[in-house]
Design a protein around this ligand. Structure first.
Ligand code: GLA
Length: 716
């Protein structure tokens, strides 16, 4: 068992392959955190110390105040002045004080009520610790689910109102970790639409530093992933703690350094966009957050997360080859119709594409972004014989068919909005704010979700759809629901996400052979919640390869290449860049969005060759391990490699940025290469010994615009 309870010490110990996590029950009430780090059998005892002004129970002292020791879960108003994990009460004070009651361990895990969660396998184990707060009449269950092989521990909580009073939860942070030091850097990913996931690394300071979303989606602005590491940690060295949230809505990550330099990490729903009322007998289940620890640098943390996401978060089908798609968006925007797309499909087939994805513009009165969202039936001007007949024609050309949807949205100029204005999120008496001319449907209202189910069911009846691109193109403001009473309006953000997840579940059930690519104006919902439903995520609306190099490098900190949908676009702007764009895009899952009808035969031949080559090695990115060699924000080039686990195939990429000096040489060490083997670069036929690769191959930078180098090493 990776989870043990040492009765004499009242101590819980969770061992994973390389880490140990420990806490103990103090004074028969508190859960004191004692250790998280490199695997050890020497667990320190809970640290009790004298801190003035620390409040304590009458039979204890300042030394035993909840403000003093590291905890597993902290409760607002009960003596711990640091940011708290839970704020809950039946009397309006927000004060609770849960004490240890019992625990159990079991194989596998429990389902989370209507929420995505990591899939268990035969090795997964769970610890459930139950606490009670007699005053509010609630039971709190803390869950630790352990993926020991991958050094991952997940946490979530369930509040059960077993008393007689109505209880309100005002803050809920299922992951809490107290670390007894603060000489650490915090890594986070900030950004904006088209410039997602910029890498930021700053030393912690006293006070609370946070990243968050109040936008209803996990957002382009801050990704839920954060990490803490030693000041001098590198890719290969140093201690690193990584955290992420299996959720796609508003969130809060707080990192607080307290009065004596200890750090508290909290991850969860926060309080700005969340409150929840529990009537007697009801319960509430939080989303799950995950953490990992690496004693061997940032790269190891990333690889822990990559493997975990592939094996326990993403749908199993995402381990299989992803289709190489030709998407119509950047080629046609809204200007699509049957004739044009059938020609697209014909050329796509000849060029070697697996699938044509019809993006925005096929439904309602959707000729631009001002109208049509909500009217999910085909536009007969563009598809005179209907959708079913059109899709058959596409498939008759020999390619699969994918289609764009944005189910959560409505344009005021739509039949749906005219019939049901009350189905948009809005606050009574206030004019709802628009964004991209659209409003957000109230997915917390089950009638709305049921309506969408019935509509999509009818529209796609009898049509074989292989792929949905599911978009979400604005954030939420004026968040109010017409079906909830005033004292439950704080639940809308959370209930919205559960409605969205229900609709995803329905799509996967109803179209068992289809896969989903999720999207939110590019990377606006690049999170572990969405990754549970889609085989990949449209990484960014920015397909400029220079910018993509940065975006992809940062995304790889927390997410595997299999999640990154990467398209080659617009080669006609500048023909020289087709090769460059390709070499950037194969850092993830390759696709294209360009007008195949305007393209010369030469270019189509080049694209065919690219697709064929990609298909010979895409498994290395999809399933392999990732090693960063030069991060593009630090250097004038980006270098990284993917390797199969047995190091029999290695894909090394070097992307030059503008301003590289011609003739500069770089030594790139492929440390995973097998010292006893020879490798051939299948692109050039050149052979290298494993020792040579380990010592480093020399790459000469060309210093020209659009230079990139791709090596496909195969063990001889
Ligand atoms: C979003 C997506 C794009 C495209 C458009 C269509 O911006 O990110 O890829 O689908 O919507 O409106």
């Amino acid at each position: 068992m990776s989870i043990r309870f040492i009765k004499n010490d009242k101590r819980f110990i969770i061992n994973t392959k390389n880490t140990t996590y420990a806490f103990e029950i103090a004074f028969d009430r508190y859960l004191c955190h004692t250790y998280y780090g490199k695997k050890t059998s020497k667990i320190p005892a809970a640290e009790m110390r004298m801190l003035s002004f620390a409040p304590y129970m009458a039979d204890l002292s300042e030394k035993n105040s909840p403000d003093v020791f590291a905890q597993e879960c902290s409760f607002y108003g009960s003596g711990d002045f640091r940011p708290n994990a839970l704020r809950l009460s039946a009397d309006g004070t927000g004060v609770s004080d849960f004490v240890y009651k019992s625990h159990r361990t079991f194989r596998g895990r429990l389902e989370l009520d209507g929420l995505p969660a990591a899939r268990a396998d035969e090795n997964t184990q769970t610890l459930e610790v139950t606490l009670i707060d007699t005053v509010s009449g609630c039971r709190l269950k803390l869950y630790y689910t352990v993926f020991a092989e991958l050094d991952i521990i997940s946490r979530y909580m369930v509040v059960e109102n077993v008393g007689k009073k109505t209880v309100k939860i005002d803050k809920c942070m299922p992951l809490m970790l107290d670390i007894g030091r603060s000489d650490l850097d915090m890594i986070s990913l900030y950004g904006s639409h088209c410039h997602e996931v910029n890498f930021q690394r700053v030393p912690l300071h006293h006070g609370t530093q946070s990243v968050y979303s109040k936008r209803g989606g996990s957002s382009h602005q801050y990704n839920p992933f954060i990490a803490l590491c030693d000041h001098n940690a590198t890719d290969e060295r140093g201690e690193v703690y990584g955290f992420n949230f299996v959720y796609s809505g508003s969130f809060l990550d707080e990192v607080d350094v307290d009065q004596i330099g200890r750090t508290r990490v909290l991850m969860g729903l926060g309080s700005d966009c969340f409150s929840y009322t529990l009537e007697a007998g009801q319960s509430f289940c939080s989303p799950e957050a995950v953490m990992t620890y690496s004693a061997n640098g940032i790269g190891k943390m990333s690889r822990n997360f990559h493997k975990f996401v592939r094996n326990h978060i993403m749908p199993p089908v995402s381990l299989e080859p992803h289709p190489v798609v030709l998407n119509t968006w950047e080629a046609c925007y809204f200007d699509i119709d049957e004739d044009k797309l059938v020609k697209f499909a014909r050329e796509a087939k000849k060029t070697g594409f697996d699938m044509l994805v019809m993006d925005d513009g096929w439904f309602g009165k959707r000729n631009d972004d001002r109208a049509g969202l909500g009217d999910w039936f085909e536009n007969r001007d563009k598809f005179p014989d209907g959708l079913a007949s059109f899709v058959r024609k596409i498939q008759a050309e020999g390619v699969k068919f994918g289609i764009w949807v944005e189910p959560e949205m409505v344009n005021p100029d739509s039949d749906l909005y005219r019939a049901h204005p009350e189905w948009a999120l809005r606050v009574e008496g206030r004019e709802p704010l628009r964004s991209r001319h659209q409003l957000v449907l109230d997915m917390s209202n089950s009638d709305v979700v049921d309506y969408l189910i019935a509509l999509f069911d009818k529209t796609f009846e009898g049509i074989q759809i292989d792929y949905f691109k599911w978009d979400m193109n604005r954030h939420m403001s004026n968040v109010g629901s017409s079906v909830l009473p005033a004292d439950k309006q704080g639940e809308v953000f959370f209930r919205y996400m559960k409605g969205v997840y229900r609709l995803f579940d329905w799509f996967l059930d109803r179209f068992p052979n289809a896969v989903i690519e999720t999207c939110s104006g590019g990377g606006g919902r690049y999170d572990l919640g969405m990754m549970q439903y889609g085989i990949q995520i449209w990484t960014s609306d920015n397909t400029n390869p220079y910018d993509r190099t940065m975006i992809q490098a940062s995304a790889m900190l927390a997410y595997p290449a299999a999640t990154m949908s990467c398209h080659v676009s617009n080669p006609h702007e500048d023909l020289r860049s087709l090769d460059y764009r390709y070499k950037v895009a194969v850092g993830g899952m390759l696709g294209y969005e360009l007008n195949i009808l305007n393209m010369s035969e030469d270019i189509k031949r080049d694209i065919s060759a690219q697709i064929a080559e990609y298909k010979s090695f895409d498994h290395v990115m999809r399933l392999g391990e990732y090693y960063n060699l030069a991060f593009p924000t630090k250097y004038d080039y980006s270098a990284y490699y993917y390797t199969t686990e047995d190091a029999s195939e290695i894909v090394l990429t070097v992307i030059e940025k503008a301003g590289c000096k011609k003739g500069t040489t770089k030594k790139l060490r492929v440390k995973v290469a097998d010292a006893n083997a020879n490798y051939t670069d299948v692109r050039t036929g050149k052979t290298y010994s494993g020792d040579e690769l380990r010592a480093g191959i020399t790459v000469e930078l060309l210093g020209e615009r659009d230079s990139a180098h791709l090596f496909l090493f195969k063990k001889a």
